[in-house]
Design a protein around this ligand. Structure first.
Ligand code: FDA
Length: 312
């Protein structure tokens, strides 16, 4: 079904579809499987419901590639107001941002300052996460992450196991500590940049997880003390990681798994009940079309749910 993935990822870039799809109630009904609602209040209510199950949350406001400084400032202000609500409501939620949403396409320093302004109002015990976007953004994203780490910020970055370059990116990041969220990767990338075969992506994911959980990277006694977040819904891979961790003497409380809202809910709960840190990324906002198409592309069987919603 790789043709379906490619077609859906191409469609995610279509402005024509982005303007029209949200008008259809059956599409909106289907999107509701992946997000609790468009408003920040919807997202915060989901955070409370997850907390009651001992599941943590990371919030992300949907949007990417802003084209003016005013827009980037507006989006940064929205995140600032979200952080204020999180602290007023005493919620243990973190945020995850896309750098192109904070102005990376316009000016790297401007984007960096926007990011720092969010880190400045985040409690130092909480991580501000940076998503990873398409491959042309990797160098700039990692540069901003390193700058933020060097300024002492509690910041985390996402790395994508489908990229051939990721192991070389990860190794020098390990001594910096901070936080790394490992994902498989959600975009349409050329085969010289990303492994085309799922088995290669999965093997790389496992290898990178082992590096992130190596004694040097993970131990609280080591200067690095990396926070490693294993972000996948792949239950087979999760079990392989749990088994390997047990052999290595890594306790469940040292393992953090992250998933997306609405996907593998039973597994999110099972991991929390096992004693692992289980965290869910909750997206909200009205700019959901490209994000939603990436969710469809991850599992083209989701199209069946979409069709079912068309008929009900
Ligand atoms: P895989 O795609 O192999 O799926 C394994 C199984 O999980 C499937 O068989 C299915 O059962 C279930 N599943 C997976 N996706 C599903 C879906 N959409 N609907 C229903 N079931 C599904 N990517 C990126 O490029 N940059 C980023 O910053 C992030 N950030 C991020 C944060 C978090 C917390 C998560 C969990 C994921 C991301 N991603 C991401 C997305 C990531 O790259 C990847 O596309 C998805 O997680 C799907 O890959 P899996 O690892 O789940 O495996």
């Amino acid at each position: 079904m790789s043709w379906a993935r490619t077609a859906l990822l191409k469609a995610s870039q279509s402005q024509w579809l982005r303007e029209r799809a949200p008008r259809y109630p059956f599409v909106r009904r289907n999107v509701a499987r992946f997000m609790p609602g468009e408003s920040a209040d919807d997202a915060l209510a989901a955070v409370r419901a997850l907390a009651a199950k001992n599941i943590g949350a990371v919030l992300t406001a949907l949007g990417e590639n802003v084209t003016s400084r005013a827009e980037a400032t507006h989006e940064t202000d929205l995140y600032r107001s979200l952080l204020t609500q999180i602290s007023e409501q005493n919620l243990a939620a973190e945020i995850s941002v896309k750098l192109t949403h904070l102005g990376l396409d316009l000016d790297e320093n401007f984007c960096f300052d926007n990011l720092l302004s969010l880190i400045a109002i985040t409690p130092s015990s909480r991580t501000t996460w940076i998503d990873m976007e398409q491959s042309p953004y990797v160098d700039r994203t990692l540069h901003i992450y390193r700058r933020a780490r060097q300024s002492g910020a509690n910041v985390g970055v996402c790395l994508q196991a489908y990229l051939r370059r990721t192991e070389a990116d990860l190794r020098p990041l390990l001594p910096l500590g901070g936080a790394i969220r490992l994902v498989k990767g959600a975009y349409n990338e050329p085969t010289d940049v990303a492994f085309p075969r799922k088995s290669d992506v999965d093997a790389n994911f496992f290898k990178l997880t082992q590096l992130m959980l190596s004694t040097d990277a993970r131990s609280p006694a080591s200067p690095a003390h990396l926070r490693a977040a294993i972000a996948t819904h792949d239950r087979k891979l999760i079990q392989k990681i749990l088994d390997w961790a047990q052999q290595e003497g890594i306790t469940k409380t040292e393992l953090e798994f992250q998933m997306l809202y609405g996907i593998q809910r039973a597994e999110q709960l099972r991991l929390a009940n096992l004693g692992c840190k289980s965290v869910v990324l909750v997206a909200f906002g009205s700019f959901w079309f490209p994000w939603y198409m990436r969710r469809l592309a991850e599992r083209p069987a989701n199209l069946l749910f979409l069709l079912r919603n068309l008929l009900t």
